[in-house]
Design a protein around this ligand. Sequence first.
Ligand code: ADP
Length: 572
Amino acid sequence: MDRASQPSTIDRTHVAAGDGVPISTKETSALLAPNAVSEAPALIASVPASAQHRRFAFGVVVVLLVVFVTSLPFATIQAPRVDAFLTVSQAIVLFAEFLTAIFLFSQHSIQPRPGLLALASGYICSGLFAFLQTLDFPGAYSSIGLITGTPSGAVWLFFFWRFTFPLSVIAYVLLKEAKETISPLARLGSGQAIGITIACAIVTTLGLTWLLVAGYLPSLNIGAAQQPLVQYIAVATWSLNSIAVVLLFIRLRTILDVWLIVAVFVSLPDLTFAVFYAVTIRFSVGWYVGKAFLLIGSWTVLVVLLWETTMLYARLASATILQRRERTNRLMSVDEATAAVAHEINQPLGAMSLNCETALACLTISPLNLEEIRSCLMDVMTDNRRAREIVAGIRSLFKAAPGQRTTIDISRLVQDVLRMVENDLRVHGISASTQFQEGLPMITGDPIQLQQVVLNLVRNAIDAIASAPGPTRAVRLVATKGTNSAVSLLVQDSGPGLTSKSETNIFDPFFTTKASGMGLGLSISRRIIEDHGGDLRLVEANSNGCRFEVILPIAATSDGESFRGLSATARS
Ligand code: ADP
């Protein structure tokens, strides 16, 4: 952009604030990480799935599939019988499923979502059926099973287990975009809604188990005569699980969706064995593989939710630290400025007070010494003029206070900024890439101010991309050694670009096209860069996006030692 088109004078009242306080309240609160956090999804369960997540989950599915296919030829081979295996593994399943349900309920209590209740109910049923099946499994807690005492009891309970879970997942998929208002539980508090969901899950589990115990369900004796029925049920259950996987895939949006696919997928091997062999032969290789898969599946979502919670906590912690640091900087600047102004202004005020007292004292002495009184009043006027000059000169006072200058590695600075906006990038599905010329020289400057300049440019880029969804969503930062002993940093985005009117005005104070923008970021940023002896300009703006360039003079001596100063300053 042509610098000549910029106004030659900048509204000093506003820019001056940028000298002492590097960036306005809006700029810091809006540009630093606290805002990134406020724009992040409130629920871990609604964090969008990144391409990396999808690839990782796909990799897990492929590995499980390979293990399953490899085990197929050995599926019917009898392995050593370990009675404790089922007891232990399904106790772990029960534990994991209940923890996941608690996690989902806690998510619902933060932001009510009927889909989460449906899913949590599935996890409760799943945990309970895993436990009941173990109770009724011959050889687990007793030789013939504790509930029905028949071999088909555990088989029915297994099918209940693997039938109710995909049902709850399907309900979750269908309800996940729905707001709480569509749910009949909407009028209840989240505690009551959770209580009713738990009660429904328990009643469903106990109801189905009662049907079995009361003899309303046909026997699934694993003899040849009954095999077709077992296979029909296995096929139905297999199909229901497959439908759940397909639906999740079609409506895949969040990390939770991605890992639920894995959680449902893991039951397919066991059911596939049941389809082909009527029922998996107990303690065969196929049986052990199926149970191991179910064990893995029960932990999948829990581990991912815990991981994401830890990540969110880390982001919140770093946002809070940044916010505190920024506030401390600002308060220190204000404190120093106030002290300086008070110091300057107290002198004429004190002199004015003294001269007034002298004039008053003269008035009490007879005869009146008019010359003395006049002299005192003249001094009062002089001091008054001085005080006014001091007030008028406050801006230059600010300007005279230089920020802390140190040697800075621009690539480190860029990486720090990208870490700050990491969450914003993720939320908007934007990829960020960097390119740093080898042997890039150091620059000298105030690390906090320069960090805020780059942060402002990157935040603007994110806002621009987020405002106009397009196929490419990318921010690129390229640092090279420019001409004339300078380092050039290009910040390029794939946003919608600028209108010709905006292109002319973007560096004007208070020019903004954002509903909540203040339009100070670019004007303050340019001022900061100019104070550093550099330049900030718009290089290109078209329908493919904008490219801004920051040019900063390289440090007189650039060595790694001085860079450690930046880290220390930035952390202080
Ligand atoms: P604010 O972000 O508060 O609006 P800025 O001074 O940082 O203030 O930006 C001024 C305006 O410049 C923005 O409102 C926006 O219209 C425009 N702008 C800045 N950067 C970009 C960009 N990368 N793409 C499109 N428009 C931009």
